[in-house]
Design a protein around this ligand. Structure first.
Ligand code: RFL
Ligand code: PHB
Length: 389
């Protein structure tokens, strides 16, 4: 079998790339290790930058998003019982939207079905071969039989634990990593959100975040230990801990209820360079990870897709390789800035086990600068809504 672009991974980056290429007449096959239901069951990102919103529109999959999303003009930060708002709209005239990654993924799968594009689920043992030649191919097993697809290019959209990055030889690839000494315990509950905007809370008991999906679905997180056992976090313990980390007035108005999903995610900053090896291009979490504090993971995946789509369209339309030749450089320039923002907000809002009293004073000074300095707020706003592509 032959196609133009094999996309390894049917998460949001693979699906978005597939849809954009399809609209330009470029054929793709997506290989996904899990089932569609499993992919749709993962609760992840909730905040979309304007760049991703525009790409959903360009991809022709924005109908539901445009009617069901919530526009957020700003976000709140709390510390020591104080709470302040950073108003993106007033500061820089831009917004973000609340629309879950689950919904983005569902809309993209539906569009792919309608377009009749091929997705193979439950593939095993994917191997990317000869990516450093002009004739790459991908082998895999499905339903017990071995398959091979020849192609022009391979897009590695298979997340942090995928095979694509590992295909690039160690002599070529350089990895940069920081692992944080804590995780986030997340709870999804069918309760109304506690506040109309998100609240990022720095407290002496650790970080907390009040987020949402819609009017009757809330998403909350508390900073937890890396080795915490989910079984030890009953719903009651979670709500109690959350209330102790947010301002009293917020705690008093919090509506609690049974969790419908509960999970722990470790926090990591990671980038690999380069993001291209011959005819293999890495996209999204396959190439980089940010701690979720800046809401940047899905959004950086989208900016990679933007640059790769542009490069591939230029190649097929004009026979021009400039876009694909500069893909890694352009994508990385934006990613490092998102890494810096995510690292800085993580440092500002979390408690670290080895924090000295001096470190705590520095953290406090950082938050107060953001509270009282409009230039600092503008910098935060520009980064949160997303830097231009
Ligand atoms: P994904 O979503 O991991 O998808 C990769 C897909 O590849 C499949 N796969 C393979 N398929 C075939 N063969 C193999 N060998 C394969 N290995 C893996 C996997 O099954 C999967 O379906 O990567 P992608 O598409 O790059 O998308 C990245 C985003 O999912 C991720 O960056 C965000 O979810 C991060 N993130 C957030 N990002 C935001 O922009 N805003 C947020 O508010 C936000 N909140 C979050 C987050 C991530 C979180 N967790 C759990 C890590 C909150 C959390 C708690
Ligand atoms: C979420 O709603 O899941 C969410 C929102 C903002 C973040 C991280 C996660 O920074």
């Amino acid at each position: 079998m032959r196609t133009q672009v094999v996309i390894v991974g049917g998460g949001p980056s693979g699906l978005l790339l597939g849809q954009l290429l399809h609209l330009k007449g470029i054929e793709t096959v997506i290989l996904e290790r899990k089932t569609r239901d499993y992919v749709l069951g993962r609760i992840r990102a909730g905040i979309l930058e304007t760049g991703l919103v525009d790409m959903m529109r360009e991809a022709g999959v924005s109908k539901r998003m445009d009617t069901e999303c919530f526009i957020h003009h700003g976000t709140c930060i709390s510390y020591d019982g104080e709470m302040f708002d950073i108003n993106f709209q007033k500061l820089i005239g831009e917004n973000v939207i609340v629309y879950g990654q689950t919904e983005v993924t569902r809309d993209l799968y539906d569009a792919r079905d309608t377009a009749g594009c091929r997705t193979v689920f439950e593939v095993e043992d994917v191997e990317i071969r000869d990516a450093d030649t002009d004739n790459p191919f991908v082998t895999f097993n499905v339903d017990g039989s071995a398959r091979r697809i020849d192609c022009d290019f391979v897009a590695g959209c298979d997340g942090f634990h995928g095979v694509s990055r590992k295909t690039i030889p160690d002599t070529v690839l350089k990895e940069y990593e920081k692992v944080y000494p804590f995780g986030w315990l997340g709870v999804l509950s069918e309760t109304p959100p506690v506040h109309e905007e998100l609240i990022y809370a720095n407290s002496e008991r650790g970080f907390a975040l009040c987020s949402m999906r819609n009017d009757s679905l809330s998403r909350y997180y508390v900073q937890c230990g890396l080795n915490d056992d989910l079984q030890e976090w009953s719903d009651d313990r979670f709500w109690d801990e959350l209330k102790r980390r947010v301002p009293e007035a917020i705690a008093d108005s919090l509506v609690t209820g049974p969790s419908i999903e509960k999970s722990i995610a470790p926090l990591r900053s990671f980038v690999c360079e380069p993001m291209r090896w011959g005819r293999l291009f890495l996209c999204g979490d396959a190439a980089h990870i940010v701690p979720p504090t800046g809401a940047k993971g899905l959004n950086t995946a989208a900016s990679d897709v933007h640059y790769l789509n542009e490069g591939l369209v230029q190649y097929y339309r004009d026979g021009d390789t400039h876009g694909i030749d500069t893909y890694s450089e352009k994508a990385l320039a934006r990613i490092w800035k998102a890494e810096r923002f995510s690292w800085a907000t993580t440092n500002m809002l979390h408690r670290f086990p080895d924090q000295s009293e001096f470190d705590l004073k520095m953290q406090r000074a950082e938050i107060e600068s953001l509270h009282y300095n409009e230039t600092a707020q503008r910098w935060f706003a520009q980064n949160y809504v997303g830097l231009p592509y």
